[in-house]
Design a protein around this ligand. Structure first.
Ligand code: HEM
Length: 220
């Protein structure tokens, strides 16, 4: 625990005043907490995919669902972290931002990994592929599962949890966009992007196929 608690070192000189140093510490702690939660989320999603993928000893749909439901909660926690950071006073952020140099959340390898697992509005990620393989293994199609709804049992609950997870990710992207807009306005990002415009183009809704098939319930 001591080594974990020694990793928050603001770069702001103490001469800038206590409030600025504390604001930078707040910024650092929020980012580090996100990385910790991303570690758990990535591991839980790996475990979900492993439990869904057939045919192997670890194939267990109920276990996969348990991991997936926890992941939905974790992504909500990640979104909440962003809302907390909205309480970063702008005047202090402006004072320490130059010390961040070119450091950016966009460098997070764990977040990139999440993108591979979840996919985006146009591409299915590896998690959906594992789900589709499980559905096929149990003699159904994803269309069947969406049409039959609760009659498909755990496969239906998995489909619903995937959409919840996708919406959680979407909410994270929107919350991040709102935070960035509040904190930098039209300024570019420390990672070299145009900032808000760049991020707005990256807001995305994972699991497009599930959304399309579920929507067919309105026109059976
Ligand atoms: C004041 C707070 C924040 C600001 C101003 C900010 C700003 C930005 C900007 C401008 C980008 C685009 C890349 C760049 O040019 O740097 C970005 C990307 C990103 N940031 Fe933040 N950010 C903030 C907080 C956070 C937090 C708390 C996290 C938590 C992990 C985070 C994670 C990310 C990620 C993962 C990306 C890549 C997004 C993507 O690929 O769509 N950011 N951020």
């Amino acid at each position: 625990m001591e080594s974990l608690l020694s990793l928050q070192e603001p770069r702001t000189p103490h001469t800038a005043g206590r409030a600025v140093v504390l604001a930078e510490q707040f910024f650092i702690i929020t980012h580090q907490s996100c990385e910790l939660w991303l570690k758990q989320l990535g591991a839980d999603l790996d475990a979900t995919a492993e439990a869904l993928l057939p045919p192997c000893d670890t194939h267990d749909l109920e276990l996969g669902l348990e991991f997936l439901l926890r992941s939905c909660e974790l992504i909500r926690v990640l979104q909440q972290q962003l809302l907390v950071l909205e309480k970063l006073p702008l005047r202090y952020f402006a004072e320490f931002r130059s010390y961040l140099d070119t450091a950016s959340g966009a460098q997070s390898a764990q977040f990139r990994r999440l993108t591979t697992l979840l996919g985006n509005s146009h591409h299915q990620g590896s998690l959906y592929e594992a789900f589709a393989a499980a559905v096929e293994y149990h003699g159904q199609t994803v269309d069947d599962v969406c049409r039959r709804g609760v009659e498909s049992g755990v496969l239906h609950r998995l489909a619903e949890a995937l959409v919840d997870l996708g919406n959680g990710y979407w909410h994270w992207k929107v919350a991040h966009l709102a935070l960035v807009s509040k904190m930098v306005g039209e300024q570019g990002g420390t990672g070299g992007s145009s900032g808000v415009d760049f991020l707005a183009r990256r807001v995305t809704r994972p699991f497009p196929e599930l959304r399309r098939l579920r929507g067919k319930v309105h026109h059976p």
